[in-house]
Design a protein around this ligand. Structure first.
Ligand code: ZN
Ligand code: ZN
Length: 256
């Protein structure tokens, strides 16, 4: 019909062929994926709060356990932390759970090495969306739990339809979630290969990957980027089985 593409699936699967949105600028699977990511961020954030509450001294230990994670510096300013530049600062857990910093996240401190707190980032988005799309409703208090609650569900769906910057939001959610996970010493679940199944496009074996946290169970080829829905994947399997069976029959026929 036209050249519109689903921006969320393009964000989550940058190598896949783009597909059209079913509504606004996204498809149902893309919206579900973002919602699932936001929910995962909320639960990771809760675990982080729990860690602080249960083990007040654990923050430092958690930070020290961290590998030199590939965290982008939070600003474009030259890094002034010398040899620590690739390490997450020990104060970072506190940074992430700090109260929302009202008045913008435009990096007010040139030498800041920590991260904007979850509440600060969420509040920025919610403030903008509230102003633009929900101005006649009460704005939630700038507290992480309330911001998550306000956003999840129908409002997130609506901003997916409307805001072209939704992929920036998706990127920030993913980044915060990754940071919290590293603080908690959690590893990101590995993608599972579909062993022994060839990719329908590039034909390579065992390259179709299932993201363990993908609510729609997409399979994506690690080699060529081919993206399949669960239904398409199952149809592909059925086709392979049919081919295998007819191949066997043929082989038997040849023997006879
Ligand atoms: Zn999509
Ligand atoms: Zn492939």
């Amino acid at each position: 019909m036209n050249e519109r593409i689903c921006v969320l699936c393009t964000h989550y699967h940058p190598r896949a062929d783009p597909h059209p949105p079913d509504r606004g600028q996204t498809c149902a699977a893309g919206r579900r994926r973002l919602e699932q990511e936001v929910m995962a961020l909320r639960s990771a954030y809760r675990r982080l709060l729990e860690l602080e509450r249960v083990e007040p001294g654990a923050n430092d230990a958690a930070s020290r356990r961290l590998p030199a994670a590939p965290v982008p510096p939070p600003s474009n300013q030259p890094n002034v932390t010398g040899s620590k530049e690739r390490r997450i600062p020990l104060t970072d857990v506190a940074d992430l759970t700090a109260a929302a910093q009202l008045g913008g996240v435009t990096d007010p401190f040139g030498d800041q090495v920590g991260h904007h707190s979850v509440a600060t980032v969420l509040n920025e988005w919610v403030r903008a969306w509230h102003e633009r799309y929900f101005a006649n409703q009460t704005r939630p208090a700038p507290e992480a739990g309330r911001l998550f609650g306000w956003l999840l569900g129908v409002r997130l769906e609506l901003v997916c339809d409307a805001d072209p910057a939704i992929t920036d939001f998706a990127a920030e959610v993913g980044e915060l979630r990754g940071l919290i996970r590293r603080h908690l010493g959690e590893t990101t679940p590995k993608k599972q290969p579909m062993w022994g199944v060839p990719c329908p496009r590039c034909d390579l074996m065992s390259q179709l990957m299932l993201g363990p946290e993908d609510p729609d169970k997409y399979r994506e080829c690690a080699n060529c980027g081919k993206l399949m829905t669960q239904d398409e994947y199952l149809a592909h399997l059925r086709e392979l089985v049919d081919q295998y069976r007819s191949g066997q029959k043929l082989a038997r026929g040849q023997v006879l």
